[in-house]
Design a protein around this ligand. Structure first.
Ligand code: SAH
Ligand code: SF4
Ligand code: F3S
Length: 440
């Protein structure tokens, strides 16, 4: 068998896709390796969400290319969102052999074969309306054997004005629920104890729409939760405009559905949200948060925030800060706005907040979140949580780490517990990033 090294950037959906690609290649005589030096094929699964994500990959491609000096037969391929967005440019500027968009991964073996035979580069990047790779059992890469991602849908049609995803991932489509449940059951049988259902907008998941046997996202969550009370279920990402009371009720009803919701706010200003085409106002967002807090006891909440979007005023920025304070997020992903060509924002609005000012606002956001995370963690000191143990702590071999239902990482002395088990852990101290505890 030949060896393939796959390097993955971007979101969890890309991680899940890399496992689909590893599976397709395994059936075509390629075995995955973690050692780039023994690879016959290097694939990089890429992200276009911000400019710096693309820059990083371009630098990596130069490094990969230099490995050909010692290995003339080495093939290099680009997958994912950059492949879809840049296509020919990658062949011309980065000397890659195959460029394959997110809906064309079944073509990889054929493209490789052609590239080897003819010593030419090949591109396949047509977006599909129905490809979900539903029948492919992913080959787990870098796995801890405990937690896994399951892709439940592909694409996005929300067209938030700043975002490239609708262009790189195409139309929204849901995967056959039987194959999702089958994959989750199979993972559980293999010893996995947590699955995260993935989509860019999971609330729009729909199967058999309008028929008696219709399955929406809340129903799907319930079906997966029923596999076993020992299997934790999470999901990502939920769009605030679509998160339903039915889903919140389902989360509250099942102990094994984790009490954690990632609800990207982007901005606390209604004017900015309108320009971003998010289709909710500040008040709508607050109402959703109130519904979460009223329905689900002790629910962890995290978010995404963009600093310095087009013509954002100091008042808009302050509304983001006040919203953060009002919600009291447990954690957040925070970014400078990065203009992406061809998006609605790039066409309609000027990217007019200077980089220095964007960064100043971002730092203010990060600083506030650090305090909010610390306050949230301090409230947990003294509490006892059920933790699913995921691995050995980076700090010491004698310590393990896991997460509680609210998605917080807890580190503790291992005693006689093992990875993959549940443990009751009492929190004894914390930083803004981590809880520390002891097994009881
Ligand atoms: N589908 C998810 C988001 C996926 S992208 C959702 O809608 O919630 C992850 C995050 O990247 C977004 O929530 C947003 O905060 C950020 N992001 C997307 N495009 C960006 C851009 N052009 N500049 C900066 N951040 C961006
Ligand atoms: Fe991008 Fe908006 Fe779709 Fe999320 S919902 S992927 S931010 S267009
Ligand atoms: Fe990036 Fe594409 Fe995911 S742009 S965030 S890898 S969908």
């Amino acid at each position: 068998m030949k060896k393939v090294y796959i390097e993955t950037y971007g979101c969890q959906m890309n991680q899940a896709d890399s496992e689909v690609v590893a599976s397709i290649l395994k059936n075509n005589n390629y075995e995955a390796t973690n050692d780039i030096l023994e690879a016959d094929l290097i694939l990089v699964n890429t992200c276009s969400i911000r400019e710096n994500a693309e820059q990083r990959v371009k630098k990596r491609l130069i490094e990969f290319d230099s490995l050909r000096k010692k290995k003339s037969w080495l093939k290099i391929g680009v997958l994912g969102c950059m492949a879809e967005r840049l296509q020919k440019q990658l062949v011309e500027e980065c000397n890659v052999d195959i460029v394959v968009g997110p809906d064309s991964y079944r073509d990889i073996p054929y493209l490789l074969n052609e590239a080897e035979k003819n010593n030419k580069s090949y591109i396949s990047a047509i977006l599909s309306e129905d490809e979900t790779y539903a029948d492919i059992t992913p080959v787990k890469l870098d796995t801890n054997g405990v937690t896994a991602f399951i892709s439940i849908m592909r694409g996005c049609e929300n067209f938030c004005s700043y975002c490239v995803v609708p262009y790189t991932r195409g139309k929204e489509r849901s995967r056959d629920p039987q194959t999702i449940i089958g994959e989750a059951q199979d993972l559980f049988n293999k010893g996995y104890r947590e699955v995260t259902l993935l989509g860019q907008n999971v609330n729009s998941y729909i199967w058999n729409k309008g028929q008696v046997n219709e399955i929406n996202f809340a129903k799907l969550m319930e079906l997966v939760a029923k596999i076993s009370p020992l299997l934790r279920v999470r999901f990502s990402t939920s769009h605030p405009k679509d998160i339903s009371q039915e889903l919140l009720d389902t989360i509250a009803k099942y102990d094994n559905i984790c009490k954690f919701i990632h609800l990207p706010m982007q901005s606390g200003s209604t004017a900015m949200l309108k320009k971003m085409n998010r289709k909710y106002t500040r008040e709508d967002y607050m109402n959703k948060i109130t519904a979460i807090k009223n329905t689900i006891k002790d629910c962890g909440i995290s978010t995404d925030i963009i600093a310095g979007f087009c013509s954002e005023t100091i008042e808009d920025h302050k509304e983001t800060l006040s919203m953060m304070e009002w919600v009291g997020y447990d954690s957040a992903f925070m970014f400078n706005y990065s203009q992406r060509s061809n998006t609605l924002a790039a066409k309609k609005y000027e990217d007019d907040i200077p980089y220095k000012e964007k960064t100043r606002r971002l730092e203010e956001i990060i600083e506030l979140q650090r305090r909010l995370s610390l306050e949230s963690n301090q409230k947990d000191v003294g509490k006892i949580f059920e933790v699913l143990i995921e691995g050995v702590s980076k700090r010491s071999k004698e310590q393990l780490f896991g997460r509680n239902s609210q998605n917080k990482v807890i580190i503790f002395d291992k005693k006689d517990t093992k990875i993959g088990e549940y443990a009751q852990v009492k929190v004894t101290s914390c930083t803004s990033a981590t809880l520390f505890g002891e097994i009881i």
